[in-house]
Design a protein around this ligand. Sequence first.
Ligand SMILES: Nc1ncnc2c1ncn2[C@@H]1O[C@H](COP(=O)(O)OP(=O)(O)O)[C@@H](O)[C@H]1O
Ligand SMILES: [Mg+2]
Length: 286
Amino acid sequence: MNTNHSTTVLSAQGLVKRFGGITATNNVTLNLHKGARHALIGPNGAGKTTLINLLTGVLEPTEGSITLEGQDITRLAPHQRVQRGMVRTFQINQLFDTLTPLETLALTVSQHQGLGGKWWQPLGARKAVTERCEQLLEQFHLTSVMAEETRVLAYGKRRLLEIAIALACEPRVLLLDEPVAGVPAGEREELLQTVAALPADVSVLLIEHDMDLVFSFANRMTVLVNGTVLTEGDPDTIANDAQVKAVYLGHGEGSSDVGPPQGARAPSGGSEPRAAGSVGAGGLHV
Ligand SMILES: Nc1ncnc2c1ncn2[C@@H]1O[C@H](COP(=O)(O)OP(=O)(O)O)[C@@H](O)[C@H]1O
Ligand SMILES: [Mg+2]
């Protein structure tokens, strides 16, 4: 194992996840380094969401182990992992529709500050909570809509709120499953730049399909195909990797054992904008 303990925050070792006859995760080893902006890419059905579900404890691995800051967390419940500093957002937006962004954040911040039982106290009664909410609203461009019910917000704002909620938990590791899916094109870059600009001690693992966005965000990339890590490296290395190009051409050229996802491996109701195909200006011109 090439785990570098001085910089590795989150480590998956030999993870396997089988659903009946399908091997969604096939012996995946991945190390997230401290402060990384690490992208996890791959065609639809590659196993990206499954891997995040394993890391966060939504799913239990068939085989393998996961460590967070050197501690084995393989069998911990999702909330125990959150308490240890690992927080995720979902591919599909999950918010309380009738609460406002301010109320939603106040709940989360109160809970995080150990005031969960006092969430009903008038907003503003707790200075530390109010200040932290104001900060997050500002940081995620939500101040102008902080008093509107979440259900009426533009989709981009809803996604920003979701990331703000994750940040309210003060994570050291943030796992983002397609945070800009469904966000209008003009707002995606700003949203991801906000994430990229998070404090250096927050390590981020991002699943994203848009290669322009991926290349402007990531300083490390892992390519997953058919549940297996095809390759990992810095963006330059990935952009020039023949096997990766072959996968994104969708023909499996340049590699005998790597190809596009088969029909049987279609995602379970995902909303991915595209599977294999040409990729953008970030470097993967094929
Ligand atoms: N709960 C599940 N039950 C059965 N098969 C699943 C389940 N979740 C995912 N899969 C399968 O595992 C594979 C990987 O899916 P997924 O992790 O969603 O891929 P990605 O996020 O890369 O599109 C797919 O073949 C998918 O159909
Ligand atoms: Mg997915």
